[in-house]
Structures are given as structure tokens and as C-alpha cells.
Write a protein that binds this ligand. Structure first.
Ligand code: NAD
Ligand code: TDX
Length: 340
């Protein structure tokens, strides 16, 4: 039996990963560390809270003393670091917490790995570290050798963390890997992000705020396919390597919004074009050849099915997101969209 520490497991992707891991590897013990920021929801972990192979610990990944004490107690075999401040718009308003959690937090987790026997470490990074691609060059894709070239405080903090991860590998021989995935969608996605925000607003007949002209392109992957890729990398990936993860599913934001409107039987008059995001990346597109060739990974869920499953999840789990949007989130929404 292995013990895996998963950070950020009360968030969107980390939460899906905890569910995936306990289901696929019932022989493992999963210990989740999460600070429970605005983005962390214990209700996401409610279905596994009573699983004897699962433990939840409320802890900040920057809390060195707390992290080291937990490593002493749990003696983990591997660490997968999902915990991060993850929303680009928030990073534009207030970069500091992004630097703290995403960079100092990453260093703290890796220091603990070093201190307790050079523990296997996986960093969950993002395609945003590569910056963006032009809209009129559909032949261009991000590969693992594309230079780091960030646009937002969020992506810069993630890039800083990636550089530290590679430095810990070279300097201390820490057994690391990094995955850089494209935009995820699926259950438990916090409603500040495009897809869940549009679903929630549609269901409440509220305006759908599309930034700029809605032409920016994102490369969408169903969250479970990302979880499967991370699991493969942790088990079979080559130490010291970066793996891009994406399913060649590029879509313009406006097309996503129109699809959600259609699926929910609403009217396109809900669409409201608002002031563009500062420094808005034009297009992301991942080349996943390396993870396919080396580890045999391929996405399983087609977007047409994944978006239907996702919308159904939001319809079936209204209390999960209604609780979020009725609380402190409302102040954020008014601040970000009130005068936009
Ligand atoms: P999220 O915002 O939904 O969840 C983040 C979680 O981390 C929350 O539960 C939060 O409470 C926790 N957290 C934040 N600061 C913490 C701290 N200091 N200590 C402990 N826990 C803390 O984010 P997500 O969308 O699930 O993203 C997870 C990871 O995947 C991030 O590292 C992100 O950069 C990366 N990523 C996300 C996407 C995407 O499309 N969402 C794509 C590629 C990569
Ligand atoms: O209200 C909105 N209107 C809008 O037009 C919101 C919230 C977003 N958008 C646009 C901005 C982007 O072009 O939709 C696109 C997607 O936006 P987000 O959901 O905020 O995602 P993005 O900025 O692409 O970043 C996401 O993917 C990479 C995650 O949030 C990151 O954590 C991940 O690293």
C-alpha cells in the first residue's frame, strides 16, 4: 500500500483526482491537504470522507511546520501538488497571494519531500506557462520545448513554480515530474470559471458576460482525462520530464457559450459582451504527442459528451453551486462584473 499526499483536493481538479484515485487504486491511502480558501469546498469530498483509506487535513501548503509534521506522521510515498490560486482574473486584481501559494507553497512541499527521503513529487502545472498562440496560425501548438512566456500574474507564478521544480531536480536530485494541461471542465468546477459560470447564469436567466468579442480560443479537456494522465505520469513517467496534456479540442469562447445556451434551451439574447480581460491570452493549443507516445495516454471523453455530462451534473447538484454563489462569491461577482 502506498500513501499519496494530494494537495488542493477540496478544489476542482484535486477533488476529481481524489475520487478517481480512491476508485482506481483502492489499495492506496490518500491524504488530502487543503487550506480551504474560497475555492475549496469540503462538500466536494463528502462522498469519500468516510472511506478508511482517506484522510483530510486542513493545512496551508506554505505552513512549513505543519507540512513537515504531517510528513513525519504519514511518511508519504508520493506527493501530487494541485493546490494553487487558480483564477487569472483574481491574479490581475491581487497578485501577491498567487506568488505565496503557487511559488512558496511549491517550494515548501518540495523541501518536505527532500527532508523525508527524497519523496516522489509531481507538480500540476498549466499550458498557460507557454503564453498564447496567434488566432490565425492553427498550425502552431505548444510542445514541451516551447519557451516559457507568461502573460498574467497567475501564469507567471505557475511558471516560477515550474522553474523551481526543475531546479530541485537538478540541484537535489528530487524525483519530479511536471504536467502542463489545457483547460479542464467537468463536475465540481468553481462557478467563477467560464463553463460553470455560464451554466449557472443561464439557469438563473442572468446575463452571460463574454470578454471582448468572445473569439479567444481554449483547448478543453474533460477533468477525468486529466486525472488519468496525472496518475500515469506519477506511476510511469520519466523522472525530470515535463508532459503536456490536452485533447485537441479547441473552441472559441463564444461557441462554448452558445452551446450551453442551446443545451439549456435558453435564448442568445442573454449574451452580454463586456470589457476584455487585461493581457487576455488569444489561443491555447496543446500538442500531446509525448504523453501519447511514451505513456499511451489518450483522452476518452469527447467534448460533445463531456459537456452534456457536465451540464447534467450542474442540474443534478444545484445545492453544491447554489451554496457557493449565494455567499461571499456574490461580492466578488459584483466587483468583477458590476461595472464591466
Ligand atoms: P481550484 O481553484 O478549483 O482549487 C484549488 C484548491 O487549492 C482549493 O481547494 C483551495 O482551497 C486549495 N488551496 C489554495 N491555496 C492553498 C494553500 N495555500 N494551501 C493548501 N491548499 C490551498 O483549482 P483547480 O482548477 O482545481 O486547479 C488545480 C491545479 O491545476 C492548479 O495548480 C492549477 O494551476 C492547475 N490547472 C488547472 C486547470 C484548469 O482548467 N482548472 C488547467 C491546468 C492546470
Ligand atoms: O466571465 C467570463 N467570461 C469570459 O469570456 C470568464 C470567467 C471567462 N471568460 C473567458 C476568458 C478566457 O478566454 O473564457 C476563457 C476561459 O476563462 P477561465 O475559465 O477564467 O479560464 P482561463 O483563463 O483560460 O484559465 C483556466 O485554464 C488554465 C484555468 O482557470 C487555469 O487555472 C488553468 O491554468
Amino acid at each position: 500500500m502506498s500513501t499519496i499526499i494530494v494537495t488542493g483536493g477540496a478544489g476542482f481538479i484535486g477533488g476529481n483526482f481524489v475520487h478517481y484515485h480512491l476508485r482506481e487504486h483502492p489499495e492506496d491511502r490518500v491524504v488530502c491537504i487543503d487550506k480551504l480558501t474560497y475555492a475549496g469546498n469540503l462538500s466536494t469530498l463528502a462522498p469519500v470522507m468516510d472511506n478508511p483509506n482517506f484522510r483530510f487535513v486542513k493545512l496551508d501548503i506554505c505552513d512549513r511546520e505543519g507540512v513537515f509534521a504531517l510528513f513525519e506522521e504519514e511518511k508519504p510515498d508520493a506527493v501530487i501538488n494541485f493546490a494553487a490560486e487558480s483564477h487569472v482574473d483574481r491574479s490581475i486584481e491581487n497578485p501577491e497571494i498567487f506568488l505565496k501559494t503557487n511559488i512558496i507553497g511549491t517550494a515548501t512541499m518540495m523541501d518536505a519531500c527532500r527532508a523525508f527521503g527524497n519523496i516522489r513529487y509531481h507538480q500540476v502545472s498549466t499550458d498557460e506557462v507557454y503564453g498564447d498562440l496567434p488566432l490565425d496560425r492553427p498550425d502552431l501548438f505548444f510542445t514541451e520545448t516551447t519557451p516559457i512566456h507568461t502573460s498574467s500574474p497567475y501564469s507567471s507564478s505557475k511558471a516560477g513554480a515550474d522553474l523551481l521544480v526543475m531546479a530541485y531536480h537538478r540541484t537535489y536530485d528530487l524525483p519530479v515530474t511536471i504536467s502542463r494541461c489545457s483547460n479542464n471542465y467537468g463536475p465540481y468546477h468553481f462557478p467563477e470559471k467560464l463553463i460553470p459560470l455560464m451554466i449557472a447564469n443561464c439557469l438563473n436567466d442572468k446575463p452571460l458576460p463574454v470578454y471582448g468579442e468572445g473569439k479567444n480560443v481554449r483547448d478543453w479537456l474533460y477533468v477525468e482525462d486529466h486525472c488519468k494522465a496525472i496518475d500515469l505520469i506519477v506511476r510511469k513517467g520519466t523522472i525530470g520530464e515535463v508532459y503536456n496534456v490536452g485533447g485537441h479540442n479547441e473552441m472559441a469562447n463564444i461557441d462554448i457559450v452558445k452551446l450551453i445556451i442551446k443545451e439549456l434551451g435558453k435564448d442568445e439574447s442573454l449574451i452580454t459582451y463586456v470589457t476584455d480581460r487585461k493581457g487576455h491570452d488569444l489561443r491555447y493549443a496543446i500538442d500531446p504527442t509525448k504523453i501519447h507516445n511514451e505513456l499511451g495516454w489518450l483522452p476518452e471523453t469527447k467534448f460533445a459528451d463531456g459537456i452534456k455530462k457536465t451540464i447534467k451534473w450542474y442540474l443534478d447538484n444545484r445545492s453544491w453551486w447554489e451554496e457557493i454563489i449565494s455567499g461571499e462569491y456574490q461580492n466578488y461577482y459584483d466587483k468583477m462584473y458590476g461595472n464591466r
